[in-house]
Design a protein around this ligand. Structure first.
Ligand code: FAD
Length: 283
């Protein structure tokens, strides 16, 4: 398989320390050998990483990489959000991951989240077709959704507002993605939806994160991961095999590409990508 057939993207979060920034620069150079379609950089709840996200994507862009900032209204007003998007446009950035985001912790009831479909419509209204817009999709359904069908209806609303493609929350049950794709097609969604892939790096962090974002760790998998106790090397080796198999199943059954939640680490995602044979072709 060549990565010309498969859209590949790698997601980072903005590090808080200079050492973290330095490591990120190394990891992005290492992952760039796989010629990804783009890197993306997350946006902290409430816009808490606004400057950091902007600095990283601008630096990556200047280094000649294709990069997409994640963006939500956070607590900002329309003028501030518009000014930030204008800066991205001026920097030559042409892709944004448009989100509602979550309430930052410790913020009271006055805080109003802006749904992602409204952000997509806002970007289209002010910036036309300049940006390729990615939106979030949830094969296991967003934790706050009233129902399965409601969540699909709201996803369709994001595409109707002008989104080009979706990236999913991570999952370990491929049937959840296949069923979701069928339901999306029935609802009239024809845009591609790329599976989000979470490597298995640390048991406790994965369990904690999965609880908050509504991603299911199947019981058998949880039990298997628990059995490694603190043997992180064995856990990672098991995780790489499991995630490789998951990706193979997804790609063999029509997934148009893969979006890796790298957790700012090279090894776990790179090993999976190599296992899949998604290496750049020599001319
Ligand atoms: P929306 O699509 O707006 O949906 C939110 C909820 O409201 C859903 O339950 C939906 O069913 C419902 N809904 C949607 N539209 C409407 C409407 N018009 N009226 C009524 N109900 C509606 N979080 C971050 O903080 N920073 C990041 O960088 C980040 N990146 C992410 C990247 C990906 C690929 C994914 C999958 C998630 C990411 N998240 C990030 C997490 C995301 O912010 C949360 O899951 C958040 O709770 C929902 O954001 P959303 O854009 O999916 O919201």
């Amino acid at each position: 398989m060549s990565n010309q057939d498969v859209r590949l993207s790698f997601e980072f979060f903005p590090p808080k320390t200079p050492a973290g920034q330095e490591k990120l620069d190394t990891v992005k150079d290492q992952l760039n050998q796989f010629a990804p379609d783009f890197f993306s950089v997350t946006y902290g709840a409430g816009g808490s990483t606004r400057d950091n996200t902007k600095d990283i994507v601008t630096r990556f862009k200047q280094a000649g990489l294709s990069v997409a900032p994640h963006l939500s209204f956070g607590g900002d007003n329309a003028d501030t959000v518009k000014a930030l998007i204008a800066e991205y446009q001026a920097a030559g950035i042409d892709r944004i991951v448009a989100l509602r985001g979550d309430m930052p912790s410790g913020v009271g009831g006055a805080y109003q989240l802006v749904y992602a479909n409204e952000l997509v419509a806002f970007i289209r209204e002010h910036f036309g077709d300049h940006f390729q817009l990615e939106v979030a999709a949830y094969p296991e359904i967003h934790p706050q959704a009233k129902s399965y069908d409601d969540d699909i209806r709201y996803l369709k609303g994001k595409f109707d507002a002008g989104a080009n493609s979706g990236i999913t929350q991570y999952f370990y049950n491929p049937d959840a993605y296949f069923h979701f794709m069928e339901q999306c097609a029935k609802a009239g969604i024809s845009q591609p939806i790329y599976p989000g892939i979470m490597p298995i790096i640390n048991f406790r962090n994965l369990m904690r994160f999965s609880d908050t974002c509504g991603a299911e760790i199947p019981r058998w998998l949880r039990k298997r991961l628990e059995s490694f106790y603190d043997d992180n090397d064995s856990l990672r080796a098991f995780g790489v095999d499991l995630v490789t198999e998951l990706c193979e199943t997804l790609l063999e059954n029509g997934a148009p590409g893969l979006h890796f939640y790298t957790m700012n680490q090279y090894e776990p995602c790179a090993t999976v990508v190599k296992n899949l044979g998604l290496t750049p072709q020599a001319d």
